[in-house]
Design a protein around this ligand. Structure first.
Ligand code: GSH
Length: 245
């Protein structure tokens, strides 16, 4: 290593993790948020290195993977791909997910829902572009996704100014995932922000509360400084901006 690393206190020379992800928020942001919340340091190879790792034969990859994120934990050399698997691993090893089978299953469920939401926002990674008609058809579905978080939170006692998505008295992995999916979308696409405030006000407030904590607020500043307005990049972002920006 020995390269500059993104860490909670700025640059460090030796990182605890390496995250391979494109230079944009999107799916990598969930991994960054967990690491930042836990006060961990990580470095991020550039897009060229990500593409190179992705293009290698499976036998030469640290773990066989199709697309990033890919995480390497330098304490053990363990490598892992698939965003919900990485979030699960970090949440458990960094003690951010309560040690209870039901809470762990619900955390995985919420993370997979978030992964589904961002796939749908990009029409499965830009397989098709957004049109006005497609967006109008999708809006009720997006509101329904939002309501899943609201109902889950309400069932666990979430209120606008207190509580957490799965209850308890401290933020867990599920809250970091919740904040990441909804705060990022709401910030990047104002019309989605307005929809969220109406469809899932307690979730929106939880996301803002989480993102106001020092570690996540610092990550957000870093994110804006590094990526500007970018969300998922490519033509799909341009088409999403036209319907939801
Ligand atoms: N199911 C995977 C999806 C990974 C994925 O689609 N990665 C995107 C970036 S968000 C990519 O660049 N994929 C390239 C490819 O699949 O060829 C996950 O949740 O991590």
């Amino acid at each position: 290593l020995g390269k500059p690393a993104w860490g909670p206190t700025g640059y460090r020379t030796v990182a605890e993790y390496t995250l391979y992800y494109w230079q944009m928020p999107f799916r990598g942001q969930f991994v960054r948020a967990i690491l930042a919340h836990a006060g961990k340091s990580w470095d991020e190879p550039d897009d060229e290195a990500v593409a190179k790792a992705m293009g290698k034969p499976a036998a030469k990859q640290p773990i066989p993977f199709m697309g990033p994120p890919l995480l390497i934990d330098h304490a053990t050399g363990f490598a892992l791909s698939e965003m919900p698997a990485i979030v699960g691993y970090l949440g458990e090893t960094l003690w951010l997910t309560p040690d209870d089978p039901q809470v762990r299953a619900l955390t995985t469920k919420i993370t997979c829902d978030a992964n589904d939401v961002i796939d749908e926002m990009t029409r499965q990674g830009g397989m098709k572009m957004w049109t006005k008609e497609a967006w109008a058809e999708f809006r009720p579905r997006l509101k329904r996704w939002m309501s899943f978080w609201e109902v889950t939170g309400e069932r666990h006692g979430l209120e606008a100014d207190r509580g957490f998505i799965l209850g308890g008295d401290a933020a867990t992995t599920a809250d970091i995932v919740t904040a990441t999916v909804w705060f990022t979308l709401a910030e990047r696409f104002p019309r989605i922000g307005t929809m969220l405030k109406r469809a899932a006000p307690k979730t929106e407030a939880l996301a803002r509360r989480m993102m106001a904590t020092p570690a996540l607020a610092a990550l957000w500043d870093q994110t804006n400084a590094r990526f500007g307005e970018a969300y998922c990049g490519g033509k799909i972002e341009t088409s999403l901006r036209k319907v939801a920006g």
